[in-house]
Write a protein that binds this ligand. Structure first.
Ligand code: GLN
Length: 547
């Protein structure tokens, strides 16, 4: 049976709770334990799939097709454990489940209440698969005191009561603000936050405090005294130059030791941190630099492309270079020539996206990369735009476009080289979609296989002719145009196993131009960079040597 670690946050949001949870997971693994990480989000959306990336950052997709919070990306990047549908839940999903049960009559005429019906639903979720791992880490989204969060805090309180003593601990992440004028780290907000937690029956065992510098002995003792934790369970989380130093930094601060102490595990198994030392060495000691342009729509909020930025960093680590990313707003090219904005980059990446805004600019970026032999990686929408560029400018299909944009505009303007996918095969059954389906959860989601053409660049890059990658799209390049495009040199080098859905295209006479219908960035890890990102950065490095 798993031991449970509940992670909550106080004082302000965005303190890096997800990262702290992920780093702790990695440290427990380094001591030989198996872990699973879970996120419980108090918002009322059923899942983040329909939330704007501007508001909520990227949507992380799991192998089994769940659209989840971007913290699950941190969990996977630090632990390498593939997340599942059952690792992410929101109030919206919990209430939907409860209401469906009520409609079915499962509650036998009872009055449905937050306690016990909603809290039971949360507790059932927390315990899924509890016999599979040594430690289950459950992060509660938001901040203590939020109205939406209350049922979750109540549920974890009950959960710990239901379990035998010593099987659950609570870790609380707060902020120690530094007041320059007096040169002091202030503990009062943390004290208030813990007081708030205790008023709902939760007492933290570990305090993780974000602070600009180390926590002096006096403040540590004060926190321990007023918050009722042991002084060595007050852990400083100082700002780091790279998130990938977090496991080492938390280990230096004694987080993993404090957690094992709280469970009474003694003697604690020794950690093996070689993996994280190598990662830190690669990130802090690059031997060169490459400049990559990401031409996208959501460039104001870097979290919107979180996994792509991380995967590029991983590719840099394997090539021992620093990848300097610049975000270029695709809409700029609606009115301006792309060349002056893209000169000087060693590679261009066009990421995924939704809607027509900015797409003409992405098409121009693909054209620039093709004509100037600049390495190009097109992801999902970035692949679709590269295909439309080829159709318009090389194959002579002047009206080529995507049905997505016609649907949005409510009128037909384009020849649908990219069309609305209505039917596909998943495992051994067929999935069907209609034009007026709900928006939530109806895309082609999750892991699907693809077969790679022999002698293609991608089969060399992957070192295999069979791959499995994660998808999240509603539209698809139409196979009907294959012959025409291949005759021009744009080869369809990756296909779904039934040969019907184009998964990868690449330009024949180009040093490195690949478009993929899936999201390779979701599977990249610092200790196992994704082959496409590894080779894309290698190609960028080659370009940087030419200039
Ligand atoms: N909007 C496109 C589609 O639905 C691309 C999706 C994406 O880039 N993730 O097919």
């Amino acid at each position: 049976m798993a031991r449970f670690i509940f992670i909550t946050g106080g004082v302000v949001s965005s303190l890096g709770k997800g990262l702290a949870s992920a780093a702790l997971g990695a440290l427990l693994q380094a001591r030989g334990y198996s872990v699973r990480l879970r996120k419980l989000d108090p918002y009322l959306n059923v899942d983040p799939g329909t939330m704007s990336p501007f508001e909520h950052g990227e949507v992380f997709v799991t192998d089994d097709g769940a659209e989840t919070d971007l913290d699950l990306g941190h969990y996977e990047r630090f632990t390498g454990v593939p997340a599942r549908k059952t690792d992410s839940i929101s109030s919206g999903r919990i209430y939907t489940n409860v209401l469906e049960k009520e409609r079915r009559g499962d509650y036998l005429g009872k009055t449905i209440q937050v306690i016990p019906h909603v809290t039971n639903e949360i507790k059932d979720f927390i315990s899924i698969g509890e016999d599979e791992v040594d430690f289950m880490l459950c992060e509660i989204g938001g901040t203590v005191g939020d109205i939406e969060g209350l049922p979750f805090f109540e549920a974890i309180r009950q959960f710990a009561q239901d379990k035998p003593r010593g099987e659950c601990i609570f870790m609380h992440l707060t902020l120690l603000p530094y007041i320059k004028a007096s040169g002091e780290l202030k503990t009062k907000p943390t004290q208030h936050s813990v007081k708030e937690l205790r008023s709902i029956g939760l007492a933290p065992d570990i305090l993780v405090c974000r602070s600009e510098g180390p926590i002096p002995k006096k403040e540590r003792e004060k926190l321990a005294l007023f918050c009722n934790v042991r002084p060595d369970s007050v852990i400083a989380a100082q700002d780091l130059k790279s998130i990938y130093e977090a496991p080492l930094a938390y280990h230096r601060e004694g987080l993993d030791q404090a957690v094992l102490d709280a469970f009474g595990i003694a003697p604690a198994p020794k950690p093996n941190l070689d993996r994280w030392e190598d990662v830190a060495d690669r990130i802090y000691n690059p031997e060169g630099e490459v400049k990559v342009a990401i031409v996208g729509k959501y460039t104001q909020l870097e979290d919107a492309y979180k996994s792509i930025a991380e995967a590029l960093t991983h590719g840099g680590m394997s090539n021992r270079v620093k990848v300097k990313v610049e975000w270029v707003d695709a809409e700029l090219f609606d009115t301006e020539d792309a060349a002056p904005h893209l000169q000087g980059f060693h590679a261009i990446l066009v990421p995924g996206g939704f809607g027509e805004r900015g797409t003409e600019g992405k098409i121009k970026a693909a054209q620039y990369a093709r004509e100037n032999n600049v390495p190009y990686l097109g992801i999902c929408l970035g692949m679709q735009m590269a295909v439309i560029e080829a159709a318009r400018n090389v194959a002579g299909i002047a009206e080529a476009g995507s049905e997505e944009f016609d649907h949005e505009a409510g009128k037909k303007r384009f020849e649908p080289v990219v069309y609305h996918l209505k039917e596909w095969v998943q495992g051994n059954h067929k999935v069907s979609r209609k034009a007026d389906d709900d928006k939530g959860g109806t895309m082609r989601l999750g892991a699907y296989d693809a077969t790679l053409a022999e002698d293609s660049l991608v089969s060399k890059v992957y070192g295999s002719s069979h791959i499995e990658e994660r998808h999240r799209h509603r539209y698809e390049v139409d196979i009907k145009y294959r012959e025409k495009l291949e005759a021009c040199g744009l080869n369809f080098t990756g296909m779904s196993p039934d040969g019907r859905l184009p998964e990868i295209v690449e330009w024949k006479d180009h040093p490195w131009f690949i478009g993929v219908q899936f999201h390779p960035e979701l599977k990249s890890k610092p200790f196992a960079p994704h082959p496409l990102f590894d080779d894309f950065v290698r190609a960028a490095k080659d370009t940087s040597r030419l200039v």
